[in-house]
Design a protein around this ligand. Structure first.
Ligand code: NAD
Length: 416
């Protein structure tokens, strides 16, 4: 039977599994299952043609027991409150897994950014920021980029927040351009973490990273940079895809040339010397490492059995359903879960925030060294739990993340 999952049912199921394994009492499970605050806003703008338009936006702040809320902002036609709630929960666990002092949040606007001009996107971003103003800030909730938002979006948020406050507040947002307080290495950080995790897993399996074949679903910030980093470490990138289609070449693709092609044509599709594959076919290609780096619910009980990769390193949030997790575990495929594998982005966001609050600027070498250190430590923490519990890496990561958050809530107690 085909599973009927949304991102939120997946997140709730994962929380249930972790709560049972951790033997959390029912009331703690209930606390963790509900976000602290969900805001819905109507983002009104004047379009380029003079007409008015209203977009529905939201910001979900899940838990902040370990520090200020932290999480990306997504612009996509399928954004819903449920999806953003799931993403906010994953942020809470992820910050705890990689052990940074943040809680979890996520935001989104239901819109089609591909059909909007730069001016419209700027006005929408600024209006959205003004509507959230009282609830965000460097000590409250610190947004970052996600699907179809980027460093320019973050610059508009910082400027709007700073103009309303009356002085420059670089720490109100991360993933900014370097010229206004962004961190060296932030753009590639999520992808570096994804590849470092795959490298650590390969070591455990006795596999060499050099020469390993890699397929990447989604060729945006995370997927493209992961392909380039893996290529630079000696992997062979055999397939890549985006929302317009996929490409395959068993002899290897040069990800830098694929990027140039995408910049020129808007898609990886029809890259010279490659065969075309669908996104579904890409997931089932014979390869050593599969990197899903697009959207949720891509690996389900309908295709998990066909997956041939030895390692899956989740760049995307929520690409795999719980039933697919079970199938992959039975097939001895090592799945490195999102809350571990893609936590390099938020870890480097944390470094950016620390630099902003202390008015420092670190070198890229410093940032990447600190990032590798955090990723390897988190990988080992999760792996130790998976060995002790004889569980897959997802269950182990959830136990670590959920356990740390539950401990913080218990220690703080509930006010009043
Ligand atoms: P992005 O907007 O830069 O890229 C998304 C890519 O996915 C694009 O190439 C798009 O064409 C492609 N895509 C969209 N729908 C697709 C489909 N149905 N099939 C195949 N490809 C499709 O976004 P991003 O920042 O790279 O985020 C990608 C994923 O990584 C998301 O799940 C996001 O939540 C997660 N993530 C991002 C970061 C970050 O630092 N940007 C950090 C952690 C997790």
């Amino acid at each position: 039977m085909v599973e009927k999952h949304t991102a939120l049912t997946v997140a709730q199921e994962q929380l249930k599994i972790a709560s049972e394994k951790l033997k959390l009492d029912r009331s703690m499970h209930a606390l963790l299952a509900h976000p602290k605050r969900s805001l819905i806003v109507s983002v009104a703008i004047t379009k380029d043609n003079g007409e008015k338009a209203v977009y529905t936006g939201c910001r979900v702040q899940h838990w902040d027991a370990r520090g200020p809320f932290k999480g990306g902002i997504r612009y996509h036609p399928n954004v819903t409150l449920d999806e953003v709630t799931a993403l906010s929960m994953w942020m809470t666990w992820k910050c705890a897994v990689v052990n940074i002092p943040y809680g979890g949040a996520k935001g989104g606007i239901c819109c089609n950014p591909k059909e909007m001009s730069k001016g419209e996107l700027e006005r929408m971003t600024r209006r959205y920021t003004s509507l959230l103003y009282e609830f965000i800030g460097p000590y409250r909730d610190v947004p970052a980029p996600d699907v179809y938002t980027d460093s320019q979006t973050m610059a508009w948020i910082m400027d709007t927040y700073s103009q309303i406050t009356g002085y420059s507040v670089p720490g109100c947002v991360t993933g900014k351009p370097i010229s206004i307080g962004g961190s060296e290495g932030r753009e590639q950080a999520t992808s570096l973490g994804v590849v470092v995790c795959a490298r650590e897993a390969a070591k455990l399996l006795g596999m060499k990273l050099k020469g390993s074949t890699v397929a990447v679903q989604g060729y945006g910030n995370v997927g493209m940079n992961a392909a380039k980093i893996a290529y630079d470490m000696g992997c062979k990138i055999i397939a890549a895809s985006d929302s317009m289609g996929g490409i395959y070449n068993p002899n290897g693709l040069n990800p830098y040339e694929v990027q140039e092609h995408k910049t020129k044509t808007g898609s990886v599709a029809k890259f010279k010397g490659s065969k075309s594959v669908t996104n579904e076919e890409l997931l089932e290609l014979k390869c050593d490492i599969l990197i899903p780096a697009a959207l949720e619910n891509q690996i389900t009980n309908t295709n998990a059995d066909g997956i041939k990769a030895k390692i899956i390193s989740e760049g995307a949030n929520g690409p795999t359903t719980p039933e697919a997790d079970r199938i992959l575990h039975e097939k001895d495929i090592v799945l490195l879960p999102d809350i571990l594998a893609n936590s390099g982005g938020v870890a480097t966001s944390y470094f950016e925030w620390v630099q902003n609050l202390t008015r420092e600027h670190w070198t890229v070498e410093d940032v990447n060294r600190k990032l590798e250190d955090k990723m390897v430590r988190a990988f080992n923490d999760v792996h130790k739990i998976s060995v002790k519990e004889k569980s897959d890496m997802r269950t182990a990561a959830l136990m670590l993340g959920v356990g740390r958050v539950a401990e913080a809530i218990k220690t703080l107690g509930l006010w009043p």
